[in-house]
Structure formats: structure tokens, C-alpha cells
Design a protein around this ligand. Sequence first.
Ligand SMILES: NC(=O)c1ccc[n+]([C@@H]2O[C@H](COP(=O)([O-])OP(=O)(O)OC[C@H]3O[C@@H](n4cnc5c(N)ncnc54)[C@H](O)[C@@H]3O)[C@@H](O)[C@H]2O)c1
Length: 260
Amino acid sequence: MVARMDPRSLFDLTGKVAIVTGAGRGIGLAIAEALGAHGAKIVVAELDPATAEHAAARLAGHGIEALAVATDVTHLASLTAMFDRAEQHFGAFDILVNNAGVSARIAAEDYPDEAWDSMVALNQTAVFRAMRIAARRWITAGRPGRIVNLASFAGVVADPMSAPYAATKGAVVQLTRTCAVEWAPHGILVNAIGPGYIRTEMTAKTLDLPDVGAVIRAKTAIGRAGTTQEVAGAAVFLAAPASSYVTGHVLMVDGGWTAL
Ligand SMILES: NC(=O)c1ccc[n+]([C@@H]2O[C@H](COP(=O)([O-])OP(=O)(O)OC[C@H]3O[C@@H](n4cnc5c(N)ncnc54)[C@H](O)[C@@H]3O)[C@@H](O)[C@H]2O)c1
């Protein structure tokens, strides 16, 4: 029997602790701000120490309790140390957002091995390892948890010039579904967000190409690129009590790209 809650608490994250990887800028920073605005304390797990500190200061400026932890999520020791530091500082954590990622636009036949390896390390292996660390700790402590992974429209439909990226995001989709089923008995909900084109440093060069506006208008029902805040709202939903009956889901925030 699930207790009925006050509808005003459906998006309340007061007292929750959220770890957001790659929260220094872009979608990760917008998610950190949105989770924080709904009451969560934020761990900014970000590669560049100065960017991490800057983001944490910006969150603090909005009245959000935030801890900067310089982290390379592709190094297991650094990733594990970040979880340790988060727990030392805040106590247990409740939400993990696997956001750090990289993209590259290169023809598949020209794709260099080193670029493949580094992309898989960040977009796929680090995501799985972070999910595994979080789940182990929640299961051991008998605590519920929420995982929100950043997939992509490219994880579910073709995105030419991005084959390795698309492969890693497809892997994120299947990690999300499979771990959701494995961990549901432990009260751990695992979902993903599938953004379309969102204007960030990752996509600025592509979005500024002269013909890209026309492609996006043709490929999306809404007819424009999205904003980081439009992705952040989905993350709040997937971290909040409102989504307590949602798991293994990939929430497309793509302006209708995959609906067409
Ligand atoms: N922008 C888009 O259009 C779009 C579309 C679909 C999916 N996504 C996904 O959303 C996520 C965020 O994208 P974005 O556009 O905000 O990217 P971004 O490049 O603007 O930001 C990525 C952040 O991750 C950090 N980071 C990189 N490597 C790291 C590492 N090893 N350890 C820790 N942090 C690291 C970067 O320093 C940066 O702050 C990615 O997973 C991306 O694939 C983005």
C-alpha cells in the first residue's frame, strides 16, 4: 500500500542529496540548479576543479547547499573517492545523475581508435560504474535511490556522423532498462533522459553551422533546439516523489525528434 501524499510535495526534494556528474556547465549545471531549487543538496562532480568550484559557488548564490568535488569519472579511484567525499560531507546520498559525457562528429569510417576508447570510457563505462557504486551503497544500507542517466535521441534513432556516440547512448538506454528491473526490488528507480539538440558548449559549433537550423526545424515537431532548463525539468520529475511509479523509462526531451 503506497501512502497518498500531499500533491504539493510531488516535486519536493527537501533534504535529499543529489550527485550530478559534469555539473560544471551545460545540462549538468541546469539540472543541479533545478534539483537544488526543489530542495536538494548538490554534489558537483566535475572534471575541472575551478569549474567545479565556480558552479558550486553559483548554486550557493541561489541559496543551494553545494559541494564541489573535482572528479574524473573515467578513473575508478577518482569516482569512488567522490562518492566517499559526498557521504563524508552530507551523509547518505539519494540521487545520482550521470550527466558527464562527450560527443564527436566524425564519419564512422574515419573514426580513430583512441577517440572510440575515450568516448566509451566516459559515456558508457563511467556511467555503469557510477550506477554500480551507488546501487551497492544503497543496497548495503537498505536505502532507496534514484538514478537519472543522460542518454540522447541518438541512443534510440540514427544520428549520422555520430556512430560511436550513438552506440554509447544506446548502451545507456539498455543499462537504464536492465538495471531498473534488477534493482526495483531494492527500491532503486533507474530512468534516463533522451535530449534532442540542446544549446550547450557541446553543441554550439554544430548549432551555429548555417544549415543546421533548417535540419532541426525539419527533424523536430517543435522546430527549434531546446534549452538546458527544458532538460532540467525532466530530471526533477525523475528524481522526485512524482515519478515513484516510473522506472526503466527513457524520457525523450527532444522537441518531437523521435516522434516524427
Ligand atoms: N547538448 C545536447 O544537445 C545533448 C543532447 C543529447 C544528450 N546530451 C548529453 O547530455 C550530457 C551533458 O551534455 P552537455 O551538452 O551539457 O555537455 P557539455 O560538454 O556542455 O558539459 C559536459 C560536462 O561534463 C564534464 N566532464 C567531461 N568529462 C568529464 C569527466 N571525465 N569527469 C567529470 N566530468 C566530466 C565537462 O567538464 C562539462 O562540464 C552528456 O551526457 C551529453 O551526451 C546532450
